[in-house]
Design a binder for this molecule. Structure first.
Ligand code: ADP
Ligand code: MG
Length: 472
């Protein structure tokens, strides 16, 4: 036995984590994590991709290290080594990059994962799928930190429907790209296989269901939905309070799931926040992989605009792209609408777009309450209220545990959803130093990693802040 052999501890750690996280989460993130070797102060584990490594690091590094410390009594750090798995055994691998993200596509060579290659534009083009939009494909989906997890998981599903993550549920606010991503999965599978795919909205599904009952055509309805390879149902929040449709969907789900057919849903909020949903359907929705889409940050907004401009075969000066990206921060649909307005102007007036023209043409859009920048005070107010405190508590010097937590959360969230610098934020929190703000953000970042409920706490605070902002 080597001097630094921690494999028994490793196994024990894995089994404890399995119990703590539950099968679902464990099978996504830990199944592919393998013990490789140990040194005096570190353990090296193999992971199948850089994407996977980054996800594990940000989510579980602390958990793993804390467990190892409990078990071995030593401060061991964990290091990761990316070892792409044998392609033959490659069922669950999440590729590093999507085809449309050239800077991240690994250079070709014999070790370059095939996963990232664009499917060759082979001879005859297959007819488009009747329910899917032709332009909702991975190639046109810009990846940023707000959506990389969802997008990579979606591509993994496109490559291995029914096996990778089933069901797959994408949630997030309006205009953030749920439908595009869902249809991209459908289009990808449609292009690369003979699978039978149905895309529908929950509203359509409901209408069809009620119509079938009325017209005594239930067997046809059941046949249609229970014998597909891929079922994509958009906007399931529509099913709130629709108990009949919920029941039917429940049976449809089980039939497909048992037959290992891929099911994908989208929803405008986490399933846990849907009201009047039967527990059994809720548990089905939550069973596979649930991922959220966040609003894109400034860089991603610029990248999306560039892509859309390219697709329309025109060009717009970089300063204008920057101006629009800075002022339209809600979602991608609004970003596209702003662009459409500018394009219409150039076409009709025949002038090139300048910053002045853009400012003039989009002044209403920029000034709309949805776009006006979130104030730090709004964030402070909502968080103070949520924790039963006052804004002055957050700004003042008190050091009670709950005040410290609320203050740190407020700084963290302000840093995330506004463009203020740490110096400006420090100023707004009672004239604190910018290092205090950085320290707070770091603290919250750490607790997100060790405390599984922190993420959802932050998400619901952010939602409350946005709602407050929209109303005020
Ligand atoms: P949702 O279903 O979440 O309301 P959609 O999928 O309809 O949002 O997206 C709104 C618009 O934004 C669509 O035109 C879509 O193509 C575009 N879009 C969303 N996300 C992206 C992205 N990451 N890259 C490029 N376009 C996007
Ligand atoms: Mg949609």
């Amino acid at each position: 036995m080597a001097e630094w052999d921690y494999e028994v501890f490793w196994k024990e750690m894995m089994s404890q984590i399995r119990t703590e996280l539950g099968e679902q989460e464990f099978s996504i993130w830990f199944i592919n994590l393998e013990y490789v070797r140990a040194a005096e102060k570190s353990i090296t584990a193999a992971v199948p991709s850089a994407f996977y490594r980054d996800q594990i690091k940000s989510r579980y590094q602390n958990l793993i290290e804390n467990k190892l410390k409990e078990l071995t009594g030593k401060e061991l750090t964990i290091e990761f080594e990316v070892v792409p798995r044998d392609k033959a055994a490659d069922v669950q691998k999440i590729p590093e990059a999507l085809p449309n993200n050239p800077e991240k596509v690994p250079v070709s060579g014999k070790n370059a994962p095939e996963a990232a290659a664009v499917p060759a534009g082979t001879a005859e083009k297959k007819a488009r799928h009747p329910q899917l939009r032709e332009d909702y494909i991975f190639d046109k989906y810009v990846i940023g930190e707000n959506n990389s997890f969802a997008a990579n998981a979606a591509l993994a599903i496109g490559k291995n429907p029914g096996t990778a993550y089933n069901p797959f549920l994408i949630y997030g606010g309006v205009g953030l790209g749920k439908t595009h991503l869902m249809q991209a999965i459908g289009n990808y599978i449609h292009t690369n296989s003979e699978s039978k795919i149905i895309y529908t909205t929950a509203e359509n599904f409901t209408n069809e269901f009620t119509q079938s009952i009325k017209e005594n055509r239930m067997p046809a309805f059941k046949n249609k939905y229970r014998y597909v390879d891929v079922l994509l149902i958009d906007d399931i929040h529509f099913l709130e309070s629709k108990s009949g449709t919920q029941e039917e969907l429940f049976y449809t789900f089980d039939a497909l799931y048992d037959a290992k057919k891929q099911i994908v849903f989208t929803c405008d909020r986490p399933v846990s926040e849907l009201k009047n949903l039967t527990d059994r359907l809720r548990s089905r929705f939550e069973r596979g992989l649930n991922v959220d889409l966040q609003p894109p940050n400034y860089e991603t907004r610029c990248a999306i605009l560039k892509k859309k401009i390219e697709a329309r075969n025109t060009s717009i000066p970089d300063e204008v792209i920057a101006l629009v990206s800075k002022n339209v921060s809600t979602n991608i649909r609004d970003l596209e609408a702003a662009l459409t307005k500018l394009m219409a102007y150039t076409e009709l007036v025949g002038k090139n777009i300048t910053v002045e023209i853009a400012q003039q043409q989009l002044k209403d859009v920029f000034a709309s309450p949805r776009q006006t920048n979130m104030s730090i005070e709004t964030i402070q107010r909502v968080i103070a209220e949520s924790y039963g405190l006052t804004i002055n508590d957050l700004k003042g010097p008190k050091r009670n545990t709950n005040i410290i937590l609320a203050r740190q959360l407020a700084m963290y969230i302000a840093r995330e959803i506004t463009e203020y610098s740490t110096t400006e934020l420090g100023q707004a929190f009672g004239g604190r130093d910018h290092t205090t703000v950085m320290h707070s953000c770091q603290k919250i970042g750490e607790s997100i990693r060790v405390n599984p409920t922190m993420d959802s706490t932050i998400e619901s605070l952010k939602r409350a802040i946005k709602e407050y902002n929209a109303k005020s």
